[in-house]
Design a protein around this ligand. Structure first.
Ligand code: AVJ
Length: 325
């Protein structure tokens, strides 16, 4: 029953990605050492992120869910007969389900195209199909760019493209602009884009969201070193590092680092790298940008989006913006 409602594509339309080993070799072999946040999400890292989403200090997920629930009454007025849901980053999460619930009330058959490189795509797709009888899923196993390329000129059906959770906040402003352009150029007339972005707020609230009292965020950050140990034959000693995060007000972003607690050398065999770290030296692992409403309007305006509406929660912590081409 489920098989004929599920298909996968592995287009790899994006230019061939560098391997994990190559990317790490490059990004740790620079003056400002860096590990891309996309490497957080192995199985363990994805599980830890799920735990973060439930932490009392981590407001984004909970807040976005309350806003999405408000959309239940309002989103249908923007949709006509012929929409599917496309999601950048796969969710079997509450969030995707809220949108699928809205679609289930409008359409007899609901089409969902999750785009994700991670193995979680299959897991979450199967769990969704069990709960939604009229759901058809086309899982696109690729990078966001590859997935968008696949979607371009795919068919006449209109797409509601979801980019939730302030995942966009990981991009630098320049890369973010380019990515929005990519989304915009993928869209045809009538397509819609719904983006969830975290808002600038009190430093204390931001900083405790990224340095929780149970230490789950620290574990999440440090886990990327275990992953490098396992997958690239490296010998990071996790006890020699600590989680370090701060809010950079000028650049409106949380910055996460792994701090070396001692002078040390680490071998990363598969990257052909001997990494020397001084005591207190930082490895940068993540930016999480925060936005003002005016920033969001400018971001979307600059690439030619037409903003339909922005929804906020009562505390103005988080935003959802709907835009068309
Ligand atoms: C998944 C990128 C949206 O930036 O809030 C959570 C990742 N990092 N805690 C975020 C994250 C540390 C999260 N995003």
């Amino acid at each position: 029953v489920i098989d004929n409602r599920l298909q996968y594509f592995k287009p790899h339309a994006s230019r061939i990605e560098k391997t994990f080993a190559e990317e790490i070799s490059f990004s740790l072999n620079r003056h400002c050492k860096f590990i891309s946040p996309k490497f957080f999400y192995d199985k363990k890292g994805s599980d830890l992120f799920e735990k973060i989403c439930m932490l009392p200090e981590y407001y984004p997920t909970k807040t976005e869910i309350t806003i999405l629930k408000k959309l239940q009454n309002e989103l249908p007025s923007y949709l006509d007969k012929n929409f599917r849901v496309v999601e950048l980053g796969s969710g079997a999460s509450v969030k995707t389900r809220i949108i699928l619930d809205i679609f289930s009330q409008i359409y007899d058959v609901v089409e969902y195209f999750p785009i994700d490189i991670s193995e979680i795509l299959a897991e979450s797709s199967e769990s969704l199909l069990k709960d939604y009888d009229h759901l058809h899923i086309t899982g696109i196993i690729d990078t966001y760019e590859g997935g968008l390329e696949f979607l371009k000129n795919y068919d006449e059906k209109k797409n509601l493209i979801l980019f939730l959770g302030s995942s966009f906040g990981n991009f630098s402003p320049v890369d973010g602009h380019e990515f929005l352009q990519k989304i915009n150029s993928t869209m045809k007339k009538g397509d819609l884009f719904l983006i969830g972005l975290d808002l600038v707020k009190d430093r204390q609230i931001l900083e405790s969201a990224y340095d929780d009292s149970q230490g789950i965020t620290a574990e999440f950050n440090l886990n990327v070193l275990s992953r490098i140990n396992d997958e690239l034959d490296a010998d990071f000693n996790l006890n020699n590092f600590s989680h370090h995060s701060l809010y950079n007000e000028h650049d409106q972003r949380i910055e996460m680092y792994l701090k070396s607690l001692v002078n040390q050398s680490v071998v990363i065999s598969k990257s052909d790298l001997l990494l020397n770290l001084e005591k207190d030296e930082l490895i940068h692992t993540e930016y999480s940008h925060k936005y003002k409403l005016s920033d969001i309007h400018k971001l979307l305006d600059d690439v030619g989006f037409d903003i339909k509406h922005t929804w906020l929660d009562d505390k103005n912590y988080f935003s959802l913006t709907l835009a068309s081409k």
